[in-house]
Design a protein around this ligand. Sequence first.
Ligand code: SF4
Length: 244
Amino acid sequence: MSERVTRALGLAQVPAEAEHRIRLLRQLQPGELLIHEIYRSIQGESTFAGLPCVFIRLAVCDLRCVWCDTPHAFAQGEIRPRVEVVRQALSYGCPLVEVTGGEPLLQPEVYPLMQELADAGVTVLLETSGAHDVSAVDPRVHIIMDLKCPDSGECARNWWPNLQHLKPSDQIKFVIASRRDWEWTVHTIRHYDLQERFTCLVSPAFGRITPLEIVTWLLESGLQKVRFQLQLHKYVWDPTARGV
Ligand code: SF4
């Protein structure tokens, strides 16, 4: 594993936990992925919300957002050959496939995985934390990248050079847990002119703030091209349900 990945996994900050993550990923041979789950559901977020979508959830994340809704993917996964993952994802006959996590970009095989899915003609989405370089992602992939707000606890991990690598068709997501997060979001959008460059999405951290608060602040802010969103799947199914 490269020094960059070791550093990205946070070895210096939390040695025992980071070592466990490294051990999990070190088991992987070329051509293999550590997969938490693959399933078909509706897309709950982004401009693709509401569409049927196959989700490939990769295991392991190096961040610990306080409101994370997928901690079950942190430390468990099944080693699977990439060709088998592609075959299963395409077997649903669904034209939309999202690669998510955990943090997908921790696994080198994710790059050929996304390429092979795009080669097969499906629309590929990548959901990533914003803490890792996206410059090597296939340009056919629609990147949905978080910028972590202060109350996620992971704001310091935002990898700002990514803003130079995103395409106009990519999307930046802010999950808001407080008024402080909202003010940081507005400042960040204005400072980097993000609403003119990309699709910007704002959503409430589920259960920590009401949708009405975000909508009210959005309307007061004067931001005209920022899109409010809810995590649709949490309203259709039990918010704690997995695999939906
Ligand atoms: S980056 Fe995503 S998967 Fe990782 S801790 Fe944050 S919300 Fe959870």
